[in-house]
Design a protein. Sequence first.
Length: 377
Amino acid sequence: MSEILYTVNPDRNTPWNGLPLLPIREELYKTVEILEKLGDAKAALSRLNGRSAVIPNQGLLISIISLQEAKTSSAIENIFTTDDELYKAYSDKNMESEGSGSSKEVLRYREALWSGYNYLRQTNVFTEDYFIHVFQEIKQTTVGIRPSFSNTVIRQGGTSLNAGQVIYTPPRGKGIIEDKLKNLINFINDDEQYNIDHLLKMAISHFQFEAIHPFSDGNGRTGRIFNIHYLTNKGLLDVPILFLSKYILEHKNDYYSGLMGVSQRGNWKEWLLFMLRAIEITSNDTFHKINDIISAKESILDYVKKETKFRKPDELVSFLFTQPFIKVKHLVDAGIYAENTARDYLNKLCELQVLEKKEIEGKHYYLNLELYRILSE
């Protein structure tokens, strides 16, 4: 009789209070296939980190890529917004009065991403408070860990015959969630006792967090924000520019199938391979996106210098790449130009087909066409 390497969830309708504590057995992740894919993922991530390190203005790049991540991660949870709605809301920077409800939720995700990143830079360790902080930023709430009486279940989505059926019931009961979360946090922070490669550790931790499901809502988004924070916290990335949500959205069924594969069959192999592929492919995609953004910025700057006599063209073009939608007020508030000059220059760039002028709800916005194209790919 073969040895049981992982105790699975016996009944998806009953709280999985027997969710095994970490770490998992080495046999579950030390396989030839997993270690080969781990090498590919690490190489791709290292190349991305090396490329980002030589970018003059990392903040500019991080800002616009994280905006697209927020949109994609929210789409996984069926929170949809158009690019125009999102970029308009971000441009207005007033979530209380601007943008649709979906746009507000997406921007809250982005704020949670940055707030959590800065939180970790101060504490340098993951804590229960960290997870609560990120969750509260996403949901704009003051509540914390779901109470023991909360009958939280995960149901099948979509419109199939199985839609609405319970597919997973997370742990429940006094102190149970807190104890399992404490175990997860110890696993994340203690690299001496739990000496596992960081990419594998991230993937294992992501599953465990989703299985614990410590909050009433927003666990998926909190878990995906954790991924990028883990990579930066462990020094695998200097700055948070790798976001896995695009790959997860494009392979959404495989993502949820991987999670259920662990809980129902103990199939850690497919889950770990999925996450390693996500890291590899997303690293390569982000590497090329960075190059495209830098190339577009340099090309437009050369064109503006050749075709105009603008003052401070370097500052102007750099600002055009801070976000897809620019307003006259942005350039004025940044101290680059007076209002009339800013308006004249932006209108001239429209004539040169660098920008496109849009009127939305009576306000004028200037769309950076190249940046918009790159972010949409």
